[in-house]
Write a protein that binds this ligand. Sequence first.
Ligand SMILES: [Zn+2]
Length: 336
Amino acid sequence: MLSMADFNLYNPFEGLLFAGPFCFLCGQPVSADEKESVFPAWLMARYNFAHQEVLLLDKTITTYQNLNIPCCTVCQHQHLAPLEEKVQAAAAQGLIGLRALDEKLLFQWLGKMFYGMLVRELIAEQDPLIPPTYSLSDDIRMLDKFQSFFKVLQSIRVPMQFADFVPFSLFMVPVKLAAGELPFEYRDDLHTMVFSLKLEDTWLICCLLDNGIIKEALHRLWQPLLGKQLEARQAAEFLAQVYYAAYLFNVIPEYFVRPPKPHDTHLIMDTLIDDITATVFNPWQLTGYAHMFEEMLKRWGITEAEILRDPNQPLSFLFDAAGNFRENLNDETEAI
Ligand SMILES: [Zn+2]
């Protein structure tokens, strides 16, 4: 039986309490050595990126292993360690293991890394190396988004049931790992709230605050790809589509706790999206998409101009002119 105190959600956004000595997850006071790594130690060890550098928005350079956030020992041991164990065991089996996991766990796992990066950025902003021209903590709309997301991320700690929705869209994309390619890749975007990781044969791409709407909207993209294993450029195209859709996504889901009754074992969350005064997606624009695709194709040096050579038939590695999936990309003569 849980006490009512276990149901209390923490809201660090009220006083922007990020740098203070408080656990990021529950808000309890912590000592200076009570910390949680943003990227889990097992992941950094497995893909050998603990010592790689990270550039924060205020131009501070640090390493992945130095990206820590304040976290009490209770949250570390009771809530985060069990989550890590489950994901680590699943990831050891590759795509099959990850598919067998509850999607909510992957949302929590990816969401915690996203939120950890965000907290580090917000802490850096309070005492920046170089004062930014744009600051996250002055952006009311961004703070609204983060606050809404953090409510449901607390499902890591507080038993929580989502009434008739999932807060996120998760794509699990099988990929071929060709020789010379990195086994691990990572990309995130604080503004659109997409977090993605490639773990050998799988890209995990999560839109963290869309109530599943982006996945629904991209149905015609991913449905024909079910069961397919994508080559790197195909995966880049898929990423571009998801990141661009998230960029166009224009509403902020809000979450409300149903008043708990004395014998409840979990919180029940309801949601609301204001699609009356706002459109859910801003209009899709070819140049905007091409720009995103170019960004994803950087390492192949493919430019926006090449993507748009035929504006009626923009470059696609996923589908041919007839709309069929391109099975053997490398066997075909490339147009570019
Ligand atoms: Zn805690």
